[in-house]
Ligand binder design. Structure first.
Ligand SMILES: Cc1ncc(COP(=O)(O)O)c(C=O)c1O
Length: 488
């Protein structure tokens, strides 16, 4: 159980759980990577205080760090596109330690690069943001499916990691993650059997899962009873984000019926409410805030009606992707006093790499620039393999390599094959993608030759990460310092 902490941003009447007890120390696998206490800081700048919560977070982080460290033993080979063929047989750890250049160190195009500085900046920024607004943070892990980034997020104060599927939970558990928020109803008996076994085997594993229907509750209960679960699964009722939205119960009456169904079974325990404002149809500031207010009204109603029991140890309210966390922070600050401490859980995922398209337009930091700015961390390096006309060029990356579901990639820079000079990609537009080709249009007089590298900005982190299994983490001068393994 987390400490309840005070702080200048705390509302007088709401009992918030300490949102960020983990360590800010850079995790190193073997060493005692964390400084307990350095993070039990409710507001940035406040004096560090050691708390049992911080010690527990440090222990959780050590477990993840140890598992992530083992990724360094994996061998480089043909499975991982873009990596140097002459590194075949080397371990990931050895390749990272070699600090090769992305441009001259034998990497082959196309190759996706993730900026080490930008990822660190983004992770720190959201840690600070969550602390300032007294939110706990369970970044959505489906964005990257990269345990090495989960470790970084946990090291920077994340409460736990959000999952969309039981298969995600399996990956997270394989890397020692102890707190998982599963933002979907699970009605697959085989998956529930596995979850029950995992919960029974590890008393420290905390799982919170959506329920959004009475039928769902019945199916979960039947599967969990058949599995002989050792303890109930904590559930939150999902409130749909309005008419025409995605999952989630549509009315308060339906939410109460689901809560009643949960109360009747011994295999589930109601701990709160949740939803996803990113699915509010035609979302704007007013409609998102109106829906968020419905969500906090629901939790207050549940609490008044005793649906969380007589003396709940924790009441969970969760929402928030990467487009509306400013509204979430403001509306969650209005949660009234409830009968137990409230865990206000934000679940942004895309922020970790941010992007050059969709999220660049939608980021809440456009509305609250005083609170910071995320940095786009991806650049897809491609090579011109054909320049058949003065207006046309073709690069060797296509739909297999780049996100294209929201916007096409954007040429940003050219690395001249003759000189190594990097210049802005002025006059170059990407007009289409084939499976393995990118179609470039060039304006008259544009300098671009076969052999030049073209660096693309991408739109949509989730569909960028999933096309790459081992992604070079690159410093601003092009030095590769690590490789990020993804598990999709
Ligand atoms: C339920 C849920 N929560 C949180 C998120 C994270 O949102 P974002 O990708 O904007 O960071 C998503 C993203 O799809 C989601 O579906």
């Amino acid at each position: 159980m987390q400490q309840i902490v005070g702080g200048s941003m705390a509302t007088k009447h709401s009992k918030d759980l300490d949102p960020a007890p983990a360590s800010r120390a850079a995790p190193t696998p073997e060493a005692d990577a964390v400084t307990p206490g350095a993070d039990a800081v409710p507001t940035p700048g406040a004096r560090a205080v050691t708390t049992p919560g911080a010690d527990a977070a440090a222990a959780r982080l050590r477990r993840v760090s140890a598992a992530v460290a083992r990724l360094a033993d994996e061998r480089i080979d043909y499975r991982f596109k873009g990596l140097p063929p002459d590194a075949d047989g080397d371990t990931v750890g050895a390749l990272a330690a070699a600090r090769r250049s992305l441009f001259t160190g034998g990497f082959t195009t196309p190759v996706l690069a993730l900026s080490a500085e930008s990822v660190e900046h983004n992770v720190r920024l959201m840690e600070t943001y969550a602390q300032r607004h007294r939110l706990a943070f369970a970044p959505h892990g489906k964005t990257s499916m990269a345990p090495r980034l989960f470790e970084q997020q946990l090291a920077h104060g994340a409460w736990g990691i959000t999952a969309a599927l039981p298969s995600h939970v399996r990956v997270y558990r394989a890397f020692g993650i102890q707190r998982i928020f599963l933002a979907n109803e699970v009605v697959d008996p085989a998956a529930l059997r596995w979850l029950a076994a995992e919960l029974t085997a590890d008393p420290d594993f905390r799982l919170i899962c959506y329920v959004d229907s009475v039928r769902g509750v019945e199916l979960m209960d039947a599967a969990l009873r058949a599995a002989g679960t050792g303890r109930p699964i904590d559930v939150v009722v999902e409130l749909g984000a309005g008419a025409g939205a995605r999952t989630g119960a549509r009315t308060e009456a339906e939410c109460f019926a689901i809560a009643d169904a949960v109360a009747e079974v011994g295999t589930l325990r109601l701990v709160g409410v949740a939803g996803y404002e990113g699915e509010v149809p035609k979302a704007d500031d007013a409609s998102v805030r109106a829906w968020l207010r419905q969500l906090i009204a629901l939790v207050a109603e549940f609490d008044r009606a005793g649906r969380f029991g007589a003396d709940p140890s924790e009441i969970v309210v969760s929402a928030g992707g990467s487009a509306w966390f400013d509204a979430v922070a403001e509306v969650f600050a209005e949660v009234p006093e409830l009968s137990g401490p409230v865990l206000k859980l934000l679940r942004s995922g895309a922020y970790v790499s941010h992007d050059d398209g969709h999220y660049r337009e939608l980021t809440p930091f456009n509305r609250v620039p005083d609170e910071g700015a995320l940095q786009p961390a991806f650049r897809l390096w491609t090579q011109v393999i054909s320049r058949p006309t003065a207006e046309q060029a073709f690069i060797n990356a296509g739909k297999r390599d780049a996100a294209y579901d929201l916007h096409l990639p954007m040429p940003q820079v050219v690395r001249d094959a003759r000189t190594g000079e990097i210049r802005p990609a002025a006059g170059i537009t990407l007009t289409g993608l084939s499976d393995q080709h990118g179609w470039l249009h060039t304006e008259p007089g544009t300098r671009l030759e076969v052999g030049d590298w073209v660096g693309l900005g991408l739109s949509h982190p989730c569909t960028s990460f999933d096309k790459w299994q081992l992604i070079p983490l690159v410093e601003s001068d092009g030095t590769v310092t690590d490789l990020i393994r993804t598990f999709f």
